[in-house]
Design a protein around this ligand. Sequence first.
Ligand code: ATP
Ligand code: MG
Length: 221
Amino acid sequence: ERLEHIDEIVVQDLDFSYGESHVLSNINFRLAKGNILGIHGRSGSGKSTLLKLLMRFYDPQQGEIRINGINLKAINTQNLRDNMAYITQQTYIFNESIYENIIMANRNASKEQVINAAKQASIHEFIMSLPNGYETKVTELGNSLSDGEKQRIGIARAFLHNAPIILLDEPTSNLDSLNEAIILQSLLNAKAEKLIILVSHRTSTMAICDHIIKIENGRMS
Ligand code: ATP
Ligand code: MG
């Protein structure tokens, strides 16, 4: 099946192991459009794994994930992922221009939309300070982008992708509080039309969430 007008994600009685190693037990939540769900928990508690299950990189051994009532297994995987913008803990930067590194998330975007996404991700001013602005090649910078700059380029991609579901895995871990605040405000501005899941250790990031779940030893607590 194909997804249209996504309104809700439900995770029900989900259990997941990597082979013998049990990671998640009895996870349950419902996320409706217009809301931000925060997930926190210690390193290794299974937060990134949960996002990967939502993108169907793996299937749960028990329980199910449904979008608009449709089991993930019944949804065309490409269609599922087209509806998701995903920001990982590591942003991969290609040896191309900065512009190319952002527009790759949505080839149909206009220049104005690229710039707007960069502004939402608090990276526009930095880009304008580069010798050739958006046309600066990453190689010209000696591949010297900082982790926080890379992370913000990843976030600009996610905004440009314009998917109804946004999954963010520690999106602000390398950012100072000013850049973080700008990005969190951009998420708040976008959230009415989105379903957002935000994984973070930071209380400042959790503050924008409508609901928060904590995972401890693979269980919700
Ligand atoms: P962090 O806060 O450090 O990012 P996390 O909560 O995102 O941690 P996960 O990456 O989901 O944690 O990992 C949960 C557990 O599953 C960890 O014990 C990890 O070592 C293990 N794990 C993760 N990926 C795999 C894999 N591909 N194969 C086997 N075990 C894995
Ligand atoms: Mg993780």
